[in-house]
Design a protein around this ligand. Structure first.
Ligand code: NAD
Ligand code: TYD
Length: 337
């Protein structure tokens, strides 16, 4: 049995992970520390708030004394750090906030892991730290880190800190670098849920640039099982790429969404490109597949249908997150594009 501090467990991937652990490995304790920013939502965890092995704490990962207090109080042995500012477009308008949570916050967690001699620290990173690919090749764990956006630069900085704490103080860590996740509970600022929400409301679908940017889509449950395997099996000090083997151009994804929802292609609107937009990401996941016996089991064709249907069936969840602040965000991000 593990006693785990999960940070960011009210966000998209974190809440799917908490749900998976409490459903499939319910003898593990999860203390869930989340600041509940715009991206954190306790409705994601509605069925699990009273679970005896789930304690939710509203708080900031930058608050070192709070983190140390939680470790002592619950005798925690592991940190899995999902908490982050996670959206590239927001990092272009507000980079400082990204330094604060993604770098300073990770530092506070590492100091706690070191001082309390935790068994393991798992940093949830991203393939975006590797930068952008041309039409050929894939990222391996040996690919040099070369981030292009403020978001990926902060995630890369955090990864370097994690490795430095391993080397300098012997913190037992793993870093996972996954490709783009999709699935239930994703905030509709990211491509797939934003396009689903707009299409459902017959609003224009804003496609950046030529729409031929490529991402390697990973169904969120497959990501969660990969992180679990890392926790169970990985030797300390190892980095693992996690990918879905589902490379798609953005327009292909958008067309699948329109087809499933029976909406016209005329909703597509080409808009100004994202500055510094990475052309293509693709993951070589052979290391985790061979060494930890993990593999993605959800194909893109299956996962995208499950995802679209989830949003259609959970309209109250969607209505709740797109009310209020979201309207202001959408207006400021897309009005003059
Ligand atoms: P998200 O934005 O949906 O959720 C982030 C969560 O962190 C929210 O619940 C938020 O309230 C919380 N949070 C933010 N700042 C905090 C702070 N200072 N203290 C405590 N909690 C804080 O993000 P996500 O998509 O679930 O991503 C989770 C992790 O996975 C991130 O580290 C991200 O970089 C990484 N990642 C995501 C993707 C993806 O496709 N979504 C891909 C690769 C890597
Ligand atoms: P996003 O979901 O923001 O993930 P990331 O940039 O971290 O990979 O974007 C995925 C792709 O979709 C990326 O190429 C940018 C593009 N995109 C659009 O074309 N329109 C949009 O409104 C958004 C949010 C993204």
């Amino acid at each position: 049995m593990r006693k785990i501090l999960v940070t960011g467990g009210a966000g998209f991937i974190g809440s799917n992970f908490v749900q998976m652990v409490l459903s499939e490995h319910p003898d593990n304790l999860i203390v869930n520390l989340d600041k509940l920013t715009y991206a954190g939502n306790l409705k994601n965890l509605a069925e699990f708030m009273e679970h005896p092995n789930h304690k939710f704490i509203k708080g900031d990962i930058c608050d070192g004394p709070l983190v140390e207090k939680l470790i002592d109080e619950y005798q925690l042995d592991t940190i899995i750090n999902f908490a982050a500012e996670s959206h590239v477009d927001r990092s272009i308008t507000e980079p400082k906030l990204f330094i604060e949570t993604n770098v300073t916050g990770t530092l506070a967690l590492l100091e706690a892991a070191r001082d309390k001699n935790l068994e393991r620290f798992i940093q949830i990173s991203t393939d975006e730290v590797y930068g952008s690919l041309g039409s050929e090749g894939k990222f391996t764990e040996q690919t040099p880190v070369s981030p292009n956006s403020p978001y990926s630069a902060c995630k890369a900085g955090a990864d370097h800190l994690v490795q430095a704490f391993g080397r300098t103080w012997g913190v037992r860590y793993n870093i996972t670098r996954c490709s783009n996740n999709y699935g239930p509970y994703q905030f509709p600022e990211k491509l797939i849920p934003l396009m689903i929400n707009n299409a459902l409301n017959d609003k224009e679908l804003p496609v950046y640039g030529d729409g031929l940017y490529v991402r390697d889509w990973l169904y969120v449950n497959d990501h969660c099982t990969a992180v679990w395997q890392v926790l169970q099996k990985a030797p300390p000090g190892e980095i693992y790429n996690i990918g879905g083997c589902n490379e798609k151009a953005n327009l292909e994804v958008i067309n699948q969404i329109l087809d499933r929802l029976g909406k016209p292609k005329s909703l597509i609107k080409y808009v100004a490109d994202r500055p510094g937009h990475d052309r293509r990401y693709a993951i070589d996941a052979r290391k985790i597949i061979t060494e930890l016996e993990w593999r993605p089991v959800v194909s893109f064709e299956e996962g995208i249908i499950k995802t679209i249907d989830w949003y259609v069936q959970n309209q109250p969840w969607l209505d709740n997150v797109v009310s209020g602040e979201y309207q202001k965000y959408y207006e400021s991000m897309y009005k003059d594009r």
